[in-house]
Design a binder for this molecule. Structure first.
Ligand code: FA5
Ligand code: MG
Length: 455
């Protein structure tokens, strides 16, 4: 099925993207950014990453000398246009070097349209199809499925429609890729909830690539994939249950997701953790016990009444969930590093086949990582996300991890950070010369683009 909203949405957005390119930043976005800069931060939509609390500081809105605009690789390196849901997205639609409200580098543009989740022999596609099987088996024909909605969405869709407060850290230029002040690369699939509700859908699954400016390590990548689930109940559904609508939806949500976890993992130890999302109340995260640790695999909850009311479902209740496909796939297929999902190396791609969930990946790279340290005095505009984007701009996927290993402030009040960068290819051995060159270029770029003083 190919719903109309995809094409219409993308066309509209592209028209607006062009129209907005020359406008100054809208007051709302500017206010959000400046108030976010001065208010205490909350984790994006999850609660598991303390470093983001410590390190989330923000770009000046404009001009942005330390901003991402200088972090791009050459335009020639990026493909001219990509296609999503039958709609062409040109590089100029998302990478705008002269627009201070744009922070999308070519490395990110190069990922748009790849749609790993739509490849039936890719671990993410195999996982998506297995989740579809679960919903088909338990709710035959009820859930409408969307997997090529355009990742370019409005700020309204991504944030306002799901009640993300104006000062929420996720709206900052430090955390989200802005095409312009009113358009972003979606940072979660929840961006599509409101429009699908308005279009009359009451049961739906939305799978897609999502984009976040983030740190570098084996479980975080600036592009990853989520699946959103949404189910609306009418009063008839819960009236005979002896529960109120919210309790009924929460119980059904937990039952549905516990069933899904068993469908994917078999008998597995799991636990519910209370959490906060702007769009659900109550809100939960599901953790699965795997390899001696608890792993957060999804966020979910009972949808805020306001969202239902605004979108034509007064007097109804609903549940929603958003799960991270890479996180689940890493566990199910034993994939040790999130960069591998993007590999075209036959030694990776040939290990998976359609319909076969849980085939254990056999690593083909035994090469050890090579570590290089760099220290510098930071400035007020410095953020770890900006540093990571510079490193990725130079080293690409050869950068395995960027980790703060030392941090002190001297008597003059100057703060020094020392970062350890791990370089490793998943596919081949790197020479000393290659790594030394990379590190030299990274140092140069960090100095010039972040305006920090190397030590
Ligand atoms: C959200 O994005 C919410 N929109 C989820 C949701 C939907 C809650 C509907 C309630 C109702 P969060 O930021 O925690 O929440 O991300 C959801 C999942 O995405 C996480 O549990 C994790 O599995 C995955 N995830 C988050 N960040 C990354 C990342 N950088 N790399 C890979 N996976 C990630
Ligand atoms: Mg979370």
């Amino acid at each position: 099925m190919r719903p109309l909203i995809r094409t219409a949405r993308c066309c509209l957005l592209r028209a607006r993207v062009r129209a907005m390119a020359t406008l100054p930043m809208a007051p709302l976005a500017a206010a959000a950014i400046s108030s976010a800069a001065s208010s205490p931060t909350r984790p994006v939509f999850s609660s598991s990453r303390p470093s983001r609390l410590l390190l989330a500081r923000f770009f000046p809105a404009a001009p942005a000398p330390a901003g991402p605009r200088g972090l791009r690789t050459s335009a020639a390196a990026a493909a001219a246009a990509v296609e999503v849901g039958g709609v062409k997205i040109a590089r100029d639609d998302v990478v705008k070097e002269d627009d201070p409200t744009n922070n999308v580098p070519d490395t990110i543009f190069s990922k748009i349209g790849l749609q790993l989740h739509r490849r039936d022999t890719h671990p993410l596609g195999i996982l998506k199809n297995t989740i579809y099987d679960y919903f088909d088996k338990n709710f035959a024909g009820q859930f409408d499925k969307f997997d090529d909605l355009c990742p370019l969405v409005s700020v309204k869709q991504n944030f306002d429609d799901v009640l993300v407060p104006a000062d929420h850290v996720s709206r900052s230029y430090n955390d989200t890729y802005y095409v312009d002040s009113q358009t972003v690369l979606r940072c979660h699939t929840s961006a599509h909830q409101a429009e699908l509700l308005r279009d009359g859908h009451t049961h739906f699954l939305v799978t897609g690539d999502v984009y976040r400016r983030d740190s570098i390590d084996s479980t975080h990548y600036p592009v990853f994939h989520q699946m959103e689930g949404f189910r609306v109940f009418s009063p008839d559904d819960w009236s005979g249950s002896g529960m109120d609508g919210t309790a009924y939806a929460a119980a059904d949500l937990k039952k549905t997701l516990e069933g899904l976890a068993r469908h994917l993992f078999g008998a597995v130890e799991m636990r519910w953790v209370d959490t906060y999302f702007p769009f659900t109340n109550p809100s939960f995260e599901l953790e699965i016990y795997f390899q001696d640790d608890w792993l957060e695999v999804l966020g979910c909850g009972v949808t805020e009444q306001e969202i239902l009311k605004r979108n034509g479902r007064t007097d109804h209740v609903a549940w929603a969930f958003g799960l991270g496909l890479e996180r689940l796939a890493m566990v199910l297929f034993d994939i040790p590093d999130i960069r591998l999902f993007w590999s075209n190396d036959k030694r990776f791609t040939s290990q998976f086949s359609e319909g076969k969930l849980g085939v254990k990946f056999k690593p083909f790279s035994k090469f050890p990582p090579c570590y290089k340290d760099m220290s510098f005095w930071i400035n007020d505009a410095f953020t770890e996300n900006n540093l990571c984007e510079v490193v990725r701009g130079i080293a690409g996927d050869l950068a395995e991890e960027v980790k703060l290993i030392d941090n002190f402030t001297n008597k003059k009040g100057m703060t020094s950070h020392c970062y350890r960068i791990a370089y490793r290819s998943m596919e081949r051995s790197l020479t000393d010369e290659e790594i030394n060159n990379l590190q030299l270029n990274v140092r140069e770029a960090v100095k010039n683009k972040l305006n920090v003083e190397l030590r």
